[in-house]
Ligand binder design. Structure first.
Ligand code: DGJ
Length: 740
């Protein structure tokens, strides 16, 4: 497993980890420096003015960002603070121990360290002109991926507690003619719906106040296009993604001179940080990428960064799962589960994933009303336990995985009967249930210890090699019986920090156990949690027709290997369409294979075999090109191209009536010749693709395109393009990865 990025989540540290050099300073240097955080194609340029404040000169194309002004306008301060003359939306607001609500930060020094050939960390220290109050702006740049990660560390040595009321992770200013903002919103079963709008003067806020499962209604990620709506292959587009699973705020504040400040971080509404002297509050990381080649390059930058630094084992193939949730729900026993293993073996699944419903005895988990919190195997349903099931799966060459939801409790559980005070709740208010459950109060160390034990028991069960970590409700009554009255507003930040500690420990202690992040569908779509997981479950909506749109939205920020797409019978669509849609991500299956007619079982098995042998590595490790959007075209299309451009897979999905003509693949080597071959055809069917079997050069393919054999909704095609004409496929060895 790769080491996690150094620092990219909010946390409290002890002061010793910092150099402490800021203590000696607080005076503007005589020769204010220009600080440039440069990647292969972009640069963020800062300078300390002659007044000692830190200003931003620009973010984008490197050569654009220069200025001769010694003191740029106050509006372009890089990390603006509330009070003392600053009248716009602040990045930082602190109430000092004497009650002063203003902060006045001056540049002290900057220090850059190389953390490997591709990564450099720059720390810029600022200090209040009067108070012993220090802010370190941390900027980590990933050169080849054009990604800059920013977070902020705040500490002080005042005589008492400083209350932080605004504490953005990042707040850059942009300077363009127009700004077009794309957000990704939705709800359960309709995640990642895209909406683009032109920003006008004033503040536009995209946020979540849910505390937990916080991206249920909107992702903490956005695309910002300059001077016109975002295009796929041209124009300047900035991508932003906050690595935080709690409440967040992305505020876009445009002034009358057309400057746009993007304040991104934990949502200050209802949340505060009570910071004791000597402790360090570290904000979550904000990820930025800048592209001069439209939203397509923005995505490829994020994907390359994520595979290397943002998710667990990003260079490893994802297993094909067979899940039982759609097939059985809660209604199963040992015999039924074992009988599903044969199907897993028959279709070539790598892992069988036993979903919700396997636990609880006094309060059996037979539906969603009871059992959460009681993580003991239900002995009625599964008398020989989980390891027996794992062994049975293993006998068929299939690994075994299990579902948990360790942050939650049903009032009908042993856990709640014993510890009713462990649930998040507010005094004098009746408990408000959602899906009949409550959130556990992770700010309480006793609860943290309980959850750690649950994780150890589940991950430590012999035979368990995969875990799905679910989270099915958000917080509506943010109160803690553990925190004192004066610290209730810290609850949701403390919760998420504790959660990350538990997840980090899990990822480190169980490196061989794969893990899926899930939150009642896609309620946790962020790089804060994802870095501890191999993949995530994007939506409970598996109707492939809807899924084309959902996957399209996810594709902007997350690589295909991190997005689990399962073939199901939802929506009653043609099986081939369901397969073709799911194959453009991390493929899985969720159906009762015992009920499938033999011909369909065979079709499924050959789709899985094809995926593993010829498609998985290109989709999971290749560059994505979105060719035709389902929002704008009756026939959506995308292709993935391997890093050496020797292989590509083109997916075409007809989502409504209409003819869009030829699809032009992108990303190919123009000089090379590719053999065109339609794959995943039903047994005995011939391809209707004009050009099937032909060898064509890249330039012609990209100029003239291919006319897909799709005419009516739910028609689809998967087309392989293999360089050199011959089928230069990976060896059998590499298609049979040994999953941990
Ligand atoms: C919500 C998840 O999104 C589903 O896949 C399933 O695991 C259920 N929870 C189980 O309760």
């Amino acid at each position: 497993m790769k080491p996690f990025p150094n620092v990219c989540y909010a946390i409290f540290l002890s002061a010793e980890v910092l150099t402490g050099r800021a203590d000696q300073a607080g005076v503007a240097p005589t020769d204010p420096p220009i600080i440039q955080i440069a990647t292969a194609h972009s640069a963020l340029t800062l300078r300390a003015g002659d007044d000692g404040r830190l200003y931003e000169l620009g973010y984008g194309r490197a050569e654009k960002n220069s200025s001769t002004t010694d003191r740029p306008p106050r509006e372009s301060e890089f990390y603006p603070q509330y009070g003392d003359g600053f009248v716009w939306e602040p990045a930082l607001q602190a109430a000092h121990v004497d009650g002063n609500t203003s902060t006045d930060l001056r540049y002290v020094r900057e220090d850059s360290r190389t953390l490997g050939t591709n990564v450099t960390l720059t720390r810029i220290e600022l200090k209040d002109s009067h108070y012993p109050f220090y802010v370190t702006l941390c900027l980590e740049r990933f050169r080849n991926e054009d990604v800059i990660e920013q977070w902020v560390e705040i500490r002080h040595q005042e005589h008492g507690v400083v209350v932080l009321r605004h504490f953005a992770s990042s707040a850059p200013v942009f300077n363009a003619r127009e700004y077009w903002l794309t957000q990704f919103y939705g709800d359960w079963a309709r995640e990642a719906t895209m909406e683009e709008e032109k920003l006008g003067p004033g503040i536009k806020i995209l946020d979540s106040k849910l505390g937990v499962r916080a991206s249920r209604f909107r992702f903490p990620s956005f695309a910002l296009s300059e001077n016109g709506p975002a295009r796929e292959d041209s124009g300047e587009v900035i991508g932003g993604s906050l690595a935080w699973s709690g409440s967040y705020q992305l505020a876009f504040d445009m002034d009358s001179d057309n400057h746009l400040r993007a304040l991104c971080g934990i949502n200050p509404s209802g949340e505060a940080v009570h910071l004791e002297p000597g402790r360090i509050f570290k904000t979550p990381a904000m990820l930025w990428t800048w592209s001069a080649h439209g939203a397509g390059r923005m995505t490829r930058n994020f994907d390359r960064w994520a595979r290397r630094y943002g998710i667990r084992d990003g260079d490893q193939p994802r297993p094909v799962l067979l899940n039982n949730w759609e097939a059985t729900g809660f209604n199963f026993d040992e015999k039924a589960i074992v009988s599903l293993f044969d199907g897993a073996q028959a279709i070539g699944a790598d892992v069988f994933l036993l979903d919700d419903g396997w636990f609880g005895n006094a309060h059996p988990r037979n539906d969603d009303h009871a059992g959460l919190g009681d993580w003991q195997v239900n002995t009625n349903k599964l008398p020989r336990g989980l390891s027996y099931l794992a062994a049975q799966a293993g006998r068929r060459g299939v690994k075994f995985g299990i579902w948990i939801e360790p942050e939650m409790v049903n009032p009908r559980s042993d856990l709640f009967e014993k510890h009713p005070d462990w649930a998040i709740q507010q005094p004098h208010r009746p408990l408000e249930l959602s899906r009949n459950q409550l959130d556990l109060d992770l700010s309480n160390p006793a609860v943290q210890q309980f959850v750690r034990r649950v994780v150890d028991e589940v991950f430590g069960t012999p035979g368990v090699s995969f875990v799905k970590w679910d989270c099915n409700r958000y917080v509506t009554q943010p109160g803690s019986t553990y925190l004192p009255p004066g610290r209730q507003s810290d609850l949701l930040i403390d919760y998420n920090l504790a959660l990350y500690n538990i997840m980090a420990r899990m990822a480190k202690k169980y490196p061989r156990t794969m893990a899926m992040l899930c939150s009642g569908g896609g309620g946790r779509a962020d790089y804060g949690a994802l870095k501890y997981f191999d993949e995530m479950w994007p939506s409970d909506n598996t109707d492939p027709l809807h899924r084309v749109f959902i996957q399209w939205g996810y594709s902007y920020f997350f690589p295909a290997e991190a997005v689990c797409d399962h073939i199901t019978r939802s929506g009653n669509r043609p099986l081939k369409f369901a397969e073709d849609v799911a194959m453009s991500g991390a493929l899985g299956v969720d159906m009762d294979l015992r009920k499938l007619p033999p011909a369909e079982l065979e079709q499924l098995a050959s789709a899985v075999a094809l995926y593993k042998k010829e498609i998985r590595d290109v989709v999971e490790q290749g560059d994505l090109y979105r060719l035709r959007s389902p929002y704008e075209h009756p026939c959506a299309a995308l292709d993935y191209v391997s890093a050496d451009r020797s292989r590509a897979v083109l997916f075409v999905y007809q989502v409504k009536d209409g003819d869009d003509g030829s699809v032009r693949p992108r990303g190919l080597d123009p000089q090379a010749r590719y053999r065109v071959r339609e794959v995943n055809l039903p047994a005995g069917a011939n391809s209707q693709l004009a050009g099937d079997g032909r060898v064509m050069d890249g330039v012609t393919l990209m100029r003239d395109g291919l006319r897909p054999p799709c005419h009516k909704p739910c028609d689809s095609a998967v087309i392989e393009l293999v360089k050199g004409g011959a089928m230069a496929l990976p060896s059998d060895e590499s298609t049979r990865p040994s999953f941990r």
